[in-house]
Design a protein around this ligand. Structure first.
Ligand SMILES: Nc1ncnc2c1ncn2[C@@H]1O[C@H](COP(=O)(O)OP(=O)(O)OP(=O)(O)O)[C@@H](O)[C@H]1O
Ligand code: SF4
Ligand SMILES: [Mg+2]
Length: 335
């Protein structure tokens, strides 16, 4: 993939290029991810936003190669620190996951094993990645629990996941992510289940983590307010495609795609967190088979005859691109 003009190869942690992920086969296959390209740089928080079903999680699970049984990457490239992941062996992927690529999800209960203590699970993660004794791993686990501000960490080491609040469990997941010094952290709706105060703390930890370690973070959320304050660049997804990608300040100051404009217009100003993006009349389509025209057309106030032809992403400013026929600019040639 052609990198964005201001990307230096050494700065790029992840380069996804023309990624297609389908669910099912034959004419009924769903285009979950349909030609998605983006890069995430070292130390960057890259936000991905869009309504339910737009392909955010499917993009994340494609990178991790943790797709549902009927899902498969049918085309494209995923370069992680220069290594191609789409063709990497399963053993190679297992080694990367939780080691150089860490992940946190909306519900930490699905990632924590309810029958083991949280401390033993963090120790186990440490032992998988570092050479140390069980006693040293326990001390390190307690240290990590202290870093993420678990009160009374030494005694909570022996507590079980259900004895922690949702926010505390998410901190445990961040402690696990810290156990391996990852190059990339994928956070898929990490704070959706949490209240606003806890959300701020969790995002605060992510900010601290990227500042101190240079980890690249992919932050997936419905909540554009959260990205406004906590991301460097944002990709807006719609029906499996990126429809706009730009630096965060640019997206908010100068949104170019009618979908992004509609999202922003319907967003309450100020700090209303936990906001889910379902602001427009109608729902995004599920794309099965060939795409006919711009997928946003049925909901777009500006739709015209030309929109029955599929629009390409067009460059419309430095590091800014949008997928609409009526955005001034030139078609991108990196796909
Ligand atoms: N396990 C699955 N089996 C079949 N289709 C799926 C599966 N998971 C997702 N899909 C489909 O793939 C598309 C992309 O879904 P994805 O989960 O990536 O959306 P999302 O943007 O993460 O949504 P949400 O905000 O609700 O998490 C949707 O059309 C969805 O219906
Ligand atoms: S291509 Fe047409 S339908 Fe699609 S967003 Fe632009 S104006 Fe709207
Ligand atoms: Mg999702």
């Amino acid at each position: 993939m052609a990198l964005m003009t201001d990307d230096k190869p050494d700065d790029v942690a992840l380069a996804v290029s023309n990624l297609h992920t389908t669910i099912g086969t034959g004419p009924g296959a769903v285009r979950g991810v349909d030609g998605v390209s983006f890069t995430v740089r070292r130390g960057e928080i890259f936000g991905i936003a869009g309504e339910s079903g737009s392909g955010k999680s499917m993009t994340a699970f494609s990178i991790l190669r943790l797709l549902p049984t009927r899902g498969r990457i049918s085309e494209g490239s995923i370069l992680f620190k220069g290594e191609e992941l789409t063709t990497l062996s399963e053993a190679g992927m297992r080694k990367l996951r939780g080691d150089r690529i860490a992940m946190i999800f909306q519900d930490p209960m699905t990632s924590l094993n309810p029958v083991f203590t949280v401390g033993s699970q963090i120790s186990e993660a440490i032992l998988q990645h570092r050479r140390m004794s069980a006693t040293q791993a326990q001390a390190e686990a307690i240290r990590l629990m202290e870093i993420v501000e678990i009160p009374d960490a030494a005694s909570r080491y022996s507590a079980f996941p259900h004895q922690f609040s949702g926010g505390m469990r998410q901190r445990i997941m961040i402690a696990m992510a810290l156990s391996c010094a990852p190059d990339l952290l994928i956070a898929d709706e990490p704070t959706t289940a949490l209240d606003v105060t806890v959300e701020k703390q969790i995002i605060g930890f992510l900010q601290k983590l990227r500042r101190e370690t240079g980890v690249a973070i992919m932050l997936i959320t419905h909540n554009l307010n959260l990205l406004a304050e906590n991301s460097d660049r944002i990709a807006i997804m719609y029906a499996g495609q990126i429809v706009e990608l730009a630096p965060t300040s640019e997206i908010f100051a100068n949104p170019r795609h009618p979908y992004t404009q509609a999202l922003l217009n319907s967003m309450p100003r100020g700090h209303i967190s936990q906001q889910r993006l379902v602001p427009l009349a109608g729902v995004p389509p599920r794309i099965v088979g060939k795409r006919s025209g711009c997928s946003f057309a049925p909901r777009c106030p500006m739709a015209q005859e030309l929109c029955t032809t599929v629009p390409e992403l067009r460059d419309c400013g430095v590091g800014h691109s949008a997928r609409c026929w009526f955005v001034e600019g030139s078609p991108r040639h990196d796909k």
